[in-house]
Design a protein around this ligand. Structure first.
Ligand code: UDP
Length: 258
């Protein structure tokens, strides 16, 4: 953030370095139910970010001292693959991934009906396969779809989306160059239906007014991302319904043969 550079991040016409307008998202693709062994899963591509999310649970929390007799605990592990970034990343947890795991757990916990599952744990694994800025938002957005795919009861889905400031302009969803050389990056998590903010961080600085603009921009975008999440889940349920139909048809065939 705010390193000096000669690169022009926004041209005179307001076009960003990757060709986007200030309030334009990078392209997003979401697929639900991609892993057979997990209770729920999702794969998400967001610009050049590639992220997998897997959910297990609710299941008995271990070790037992972690159990809460009033509600389920939500444990998220965010991990970057060694090959996900330009320079090989040292495998294993570091301060950054511990922080991101914590803030994503808290954002997810705010929508999950944890009180329905006392003494349980809901475990969320986020694997970043390719990173290009905005992976915490991508991971959170994927995890939310994976939770729904696992059938975990939730108030709503939650969406992660960042906004920030680049060369004096408030912009949505910073790319890598903008993240490195821009003035501010503000990752947010939003409950789209209510507009409630369940995560707000800021790297760099901006005025109060710019911050409010950035939040509004991210809120608008969260509604667009929400539609993509729901479409991914609808496609997933359509496939499940189709598979069930085929299974019933083949069982009836067997019965007829008998
Ligand atoms: N990054 C990296 N190596 C690291 C951590 C991050 O190259 O060990 C890159 C990666 O592209 C990441 C970006 O820096 O997406 C921005 O990282 P930040 O900590 O701001 O989190 P993010 O924007 O991914 O949520």
């Amino acid at each position: 953030m705010s390193m000096k550079t000669d690169i022009k991040l926004i041209d005179d016409k307001g076009v960003r370095i990757d060709g986007r307008k200030p309030d334009q998202l990078r392209p997003i693709k979401i697929e639900a139910g991609v892993l057979k062994r997990a209770d729920g899963s999702a794969y998400l591509e967001w610009g050049k970010n590639k992220v997998l999310a897997a959910v297990y649970g609710p299941r008995e929390a271990h070790p037992r001292h972690l159990q809460d007799s009033a509600k389920a605990i939500v444990q998220c592990r965010y991990n970057m693959a060694p090959f996900s970034v330009g320079d090989r990343k040292r495998p294993g947890p570091d301060r950054r991934s511990v922080e991101i795991s914590k803030i994503i757990s808290e954002a997810l916990e705010s929508v999950i009906l944890t009180e329905l599952f006392p003494r349980s744990s809901i475990d969320v694994f986020i694997e970043v396969l390719q990173a290009n800025a905005g992976t915490r938002c991508a991971g959170l957005t994927a995890a939310s779809v994976a939770l729904a795919d696992a059938g975990i009861p939730m108030k709503d889905l939650v969406v992660g989306c960042a906004a920030g400031k680049v060369e004096g302009t408030v912009v949505l969803d910073l790319g890598k160059e903008e993240d490195n050389f821009g003035q501010a990056d503000v990752p947010l998590a939003i409950i789209p239906r209510t507009g409630e903010i369940v995560l707000l961080q800021m790297d760099g600085d901006m005025t109060r007014e710019e911050l409010f603009n950035a939040i509004d921009m991210a809120k608008d975008a969260s509604l667009r991302i929400y539609e993509l999440q729901k479409e991914a889940l609808r496609r997933r349920y359509a496939i499940v319904a189709e598979e069930e139909k085929e299974e019933i048809a083949s069982m009836e065939e067997i019965k007829e043969e008998e």
